[in-house]
Design a protein around this ligand. Sequence first.
Ligand SMILES: [Zn+2]
Length: 311
Amino acid sequence: MSNRTLFALVSPLALLAAHTALGQAPAAPAAPAQPDFSAVQIKVHQVAGNFYYLEGQGGNVGVLVGDDGVLMIDDQFAPLTEKLVAAVKTISKKQIKMLVNTHVHGDHTGGNENIGKMGVEIIAHDNVRARLVKGVNGAPPSPAVGLPVVTFGDGIGLHFDGEDLEVGKLPPAHTDGDSYIKLTKADVIHVGDVFRTTGYPIVDGPNGGTVKGTLAALQKILDLAGPNTKILPGHGVVVTRDQIASFRDAVAEAQNRVSALIKQGMTLPQVVAANPTADLVPKFATTGDPPNAMATERFLTLFYNALKTEL
Ligand SMILES: [Zn+2]
């Protein structure tokens, strides 16, 4: 699962752009095996009170249910919409009314067109809409029906199903449209892909992500969370703020180490060969299979390229 998930997180095109930016011959994109969506089963997990998440293929889907209807957070891939909607129906018979996108990646927004056609109002940060309008990672532009109709800059409040939700912009970390969704009564925060329990932090520079922003975004999540707050990552399982702090510390350590190697004049292939963050893997991937060599190369490539522009 984690390998497939990692494939989904950063498209080969993004990596290609990263390689090309360094003036290297583009690496032959390792064609990700097209996931067999027909085999995907959706699992329903209750997080707290009337808030759940769905685990399938792609990003965790938040589901808030109640008298007003259903609010979804992210929607995985288009071929899974039917299964996701069926899973939602096992929790609530009410209509899906709103969908919030945590960020632009296709494993979180792939179902937007299908969900939009159901008459659901899509909400996201300004930059998510702007990137979907253009087409993400070389994909065609999103049809209008799949675009957010409500967008925000710093944040927006939603009041639905007896819950007060705070949707807020995070510093540019994984992408430049990362948002968190805080459910103030349930004491839950969905943090999208700024944090995951299944592998390395992914700094998608071509889509506006930065290492500095990753550290600032993780600090913001720590500031928002209390000791008992349940934090739902983009991929993986629910954690508390202690694990965010550990992850943040590991990102800071990786930043220090890779920056030092860049300052020594090391090239990307040399940094990849040195694998300077191998001992940090247990802090990054606390669930699922450990990242394989390809995932490590992908992480170091994105991290190195981002840091080169930030130093
Ligand atoms: Zn992502």
